[in-house]
Design a protein around this ligand. Structure first.
Ligand code: ADP
Ligand code: MG
Length: 262
């Protein structure tokens, strides 16, 4: 069943190019530079994790890729074409599941299809994604009846029902307890393998980045620029005590300015 989406999704992923992007916000007459000449390329189907200090501009970078904001300078491209606005091919998933409390799980997942007038044609996808995120028995539950992990799975399903080619994940498991977090990391990995989207994950958890990503990018303090990149050449499933990963963890923590005895 996990293949159901892949079968309907032959070209399941896109390439993302961030070219010389700088970004500033103006508020209350003050100018705040958050990104400083960031360039990165993500291959179709690649899983990249972004690490960086709080407030450095990580969420801003995801919003630029989602097309929710336009870079002050530089370009963000999808398969070589400039991103000019939001598109269901590129979906942002937040730390807070932000489900509509008055709608059932099923109705929450249906939101995007409804808005695009595709509900009748694609209603079967709701059942597919409910299965993918293991919520088939909970489609008529309301958000307040769900645990944190289930709510985040529903939020993932709501994204996946649109068959995104780029999934932008903004600290998606940040508020979950540590066991649920571990389970969700594995589930995200399974979803990525079975559906084939390109993934850009912002996390403050170095281990999470190393367990999931093909490549980890470290950003500096604001304004963020790229200070390090490591490729994680380890097959899945990965073990957190894998000697190679332990060495990478130490190197990444050092880049983040945290001494390696933590
Ligand atoms: P991060 O996700 O790395 O914590 P953000 O990208 O959310 O960082 O924000 C970077 C900086 O930009 C923060 O100082 C934040 O307060 C500021 N900021 C974010 N969005 C806006 C906005 N719409 N207007 C003004 N300042 C903003
Ligand atoms: Mg953020």
């Amino acid at each position: 069943m996990a293949l159901a989406l892949a079968e309907t999704n032959a070209a399941g992923s896109i390439a993302l190019d961030v070219e010389g992007v700088s970004h500033r916000y103006e508020s209350d007459g003050r100018d705040l530079q958050v990104l400083d000449d960031v360039s990165l390329t993500i291959a179709p189907g690649e899983f990249v994790a972004l690490l960086g200090p709080s407030g450095c501009g990580k969420s801003t970078l995801l919003r630029l890729a989602a097309g929710l904001e336009k870079a002050t300078r530089g370009r963000v491209l999808e398969d070589g074409k400039p991103i000019t606005g939001p598109n269901p091919d590129r979906i942002l998933v937040f730390q807070d599941a932000t489900l509509f409390p008055w709608r059932t799980v099923r109705a929450n997942i249906a939101t995007g299809l409804e808005a695009r007038g595709l509900l009748t044609a694609l209603e079967h996808r709701i059942d597919e994604v409910l299965k993918l995120v293991k919520l088939e028995g909970f489609s008529n539950f309301y958000p307040h009846q769900l645990s944190g992990g289930m709510a985040q799975r529903a939020a993932l399903a709501r994204a996946l029902v649109n068959d995104p080619k780029l999934l932008l994940l903004d600290e998606p498991f940040g508020k979950l307890d540590s066991l649920t977090r571990l389970r969700m990391q594995n589930e995200l990995l399974d979803l990525w393998k079975s559906t084939g989207f390109t993934a850009l994950l912002v996390t403050h958890d170095v281990e999470e980045a190393l367990l999931l990503a093909d490549r980890v990018i470290v950003l500096s303090d604001r304004p963020a620029s790229i200070i390090a990149q490591v490729r994680v050449d380890r097959p899945h499933p990965r073990r957190r005590d894998d000697a190679g990963l332990v060495a990478l963890r130490r190197a990444l923590l050092e880049k983040l300015g945290i001494s390696h005895d933590v």
